[in-house]
Design a protein around this ligand. Structure first.
Ligand SMILES: [Zn+2]
Ligand SMILES: [Zn+2]
Ligand SMILES: [Zn+2]
Length: 311
């Protein structure tokens, strides 16, 4: 018999104590018949208690522990073959599984569980939204078909776009795009010279360049009162709290806590979240919560507690 998890809604076995997908204690139902324990194909052994789990499981259905987190006691069970190993073991004495890979969820494990592709998430405390994007082009304009929409009548329908392959910002607007506070309309400018770009003389975006990354968000609005009369102010406020992070390969990015800031350099002694992309997979660290290089998993319910996935 199968029941649904109260927390994540996924189907789970009625004899599970914990949901294998989100780790929540499973709903207690009176089971009116004895269940034949189903044989699990390619099981994952719980590294804490050795119980077999379904291959998609992230939490043990029996003891509720995270299957990829290292236990603190003096023994571990191999997740692949169930063999008992010393807690300091680097590889399984029976099957040779690398525990380093297992507990940092790298290699094949990442392949199976990891999230890939564009990622949009919001930090609950600050409300800041971060769009991690790997497209080679990125468009800005008033039309809703653009990647970044600025609903203001001074902005052209399709105002300008980034070509990240050619590494240029290309204008196609009536009121112009500007860079680095210079007065001339640009046509096509190489990104390496741009530290700031401006849309229609009104919306200014600082452009931050990091290894394999371009990062920008709405910094300032000139003639803001006038702009709000000609557009949708709520959208402007949202853009101020939205970072666009265009990626081109593996990266490491630090996001400052409390103010959600991403900059060229971080303020001294600041606390931060770290996002890494390794072979297309996202890893997350938060030192204060003892989270280090945690693989972001396809199942959205396993995002770190203070983050939420957005569209
Ligand atoms: Zn669940
Ligand atoms: Zn267990
Ligand atoms: Zn093993």
């Amino acid at each position: 018999m199968r029941i649904n998890c109260d927390q994540c809604g996924k189907k789970i076995n009625s004899i599970s104590n914990f949901c294998p997908f989100c780790g929540t204690e499973a709903p207690r139902r009176t089971v009116l018949f004895t269940e034949n324990k189903q044989e699990i194909k390619n099981p994952i052994f719980c590294v804490h208690c050795r119980v077999k789990n379904i291959p998609e499981a992230i939490y043990c259905s029996d003891c509720g522990e995270h299957l990829y987190k290292k236990p603190i006691d003096n023994q571990i069970f191999c997740g692949q073959c169930g063999q008992k190993n010393k807690s300091k073991a680097k590889v399984c004495i029976e099957c040779g599984l690398s525990f380093l890979d297992w507990f940092s969820m790298k290699g094949e494990i990442a392949e199976k569980l990891g999230f890939r592709g564009n990622l949009s998430i919001r930090e609950k405390m600050t409300g800041f939204i971060y769009h991690f994007i790997s497209n080679s082009e990125f468009s800005i304009g008033r039309n809703s078909t653009n990647d970044l929409v600025i609903p203001c009548s001074w902005v052209s329908g399709n105002h300008c776009h980034f070509d990240f392959k050619k590494k240029r910002l290309i204008d196609s607007s009536t009121n112009g795009s500007f860079i680095n506070r210079k007065p001339d309309h640009i046509k096509s400018e190489p990104l390496e010279f741009i530290t700031e770009f401006n849309i229609a003389g009104s919306f200014t975006f600082p452009l931050i360049k990091k290894e394999n990354l371009y990062v920008f968000h709405l910094g300032a609005i000139m003639d803001e009162k006038e702009c709000r009369r000609n557009g949708d102010g709520a959208s402007f406020d949202k853009l101020r709290k939205t970072y666009f992070i265009i990626q081109n390969g593996d990266f490491e990015l630090k996001i400052q806590k409390l103010d959600g800031y991403i900059g060229e350099t971080l303020k001294p002694h600041s606390k931060y979240y770290t996002f890494k992309l390794i072979n297309g997979f996202y890893y997350y660290s938060d030192k204060d919560r003892n989270i280090e290089n945690m693989l972001l998993i396809k199942n959205t319910n396993t995002l770190p507690a203070n983050w939420i996935k957005v569209d």
